[in-house]
Design a protein around this ligand. Structure first.
Ligand code: 3AM
Length: 169
């Protein structure tokens, strides 16, 4: 079994900008390592080999369009103790997530009932912070989405990108 999720994975210069912005905020808590920064699209959980093949086939067939995301705010919530950078969701992204959730049902996936909000988790276990930080906007031109494995149980370990699918311009 592998713990998998689908995500937008930043190219290096975007990753560097996000990591630099996050460092500059000096958020307390456990910062997410720069190599792990991402936007989760669909969390799949523990997946066996057969289901993984199903997921890859479904992801290959899903219609998708390229889009741009702009992160212009960092929010912190006392309830979750998470600080994350948030962006407005463009229509193409909402469509992509909806299509993935729908097509992945054939692989036994149960969609998360919570509304999708594009975000990059920057730090966890943040006990106290500002509710909202304005940041210089970070533009992320999304050209692909990826299947990513998260090694079980080891908090702080590196995620590993398994495979990516291009978004059509
Ligand atoms: O991108 P974020 O940080 O919001 O919290 C986990 C992370 O989300 C989330 O999957 C992403 C990649 O690890 N995650 C972990 N367990 C989860 C679960 N049981 C989960 N999301 C939903 N249900």
């Amino acid at each position: 079994m592998q713990r998998l999720f689908l995500a937008l994975w930043p190219v290096d210069n975007i990753r560097d900008k996000i990591a630099e912005m996050s460092r500059a905020l000096s958020l307390p808590g456990r910062p997410i390592a720069a190599v792990n920064l991402h936007v989760t699209l669909v969390f799949l959980g523990a997946v066996d080999e057969a289901r993984r093949r199903c997921v890859e086939q479904a992801a290959s067939a899903v219609p998708s369009r390229a889009f741009e995301l702009t992160f212009s705010e960092v929010q912190w919530r006392a309830r979750t103790r998470i600080a994350w950078a948030v962006a407005e969701a463009p229509e193409e992204l909402l469509q992509l997530v909806a299509s993935l959730n729908e097509t992945l049902r054939q692989c036994g996936h149960v969609p998360d009932p919570r509304p999708f909000r594009p975000h990059i988790t920057l730090a966890r276990d943040v006990v106290q912070a500002e509710r909202c930080y304005a940041i210089a906007p970070i533009h992320w031109s999304a050209q692909a989405f990826c299947l990513v494995a998260s090694p079980p149980g080891v908090d702080g370990s590196e995620y590993s990108v398994q495979r990516c699918w291009p978004l059509v311009d």
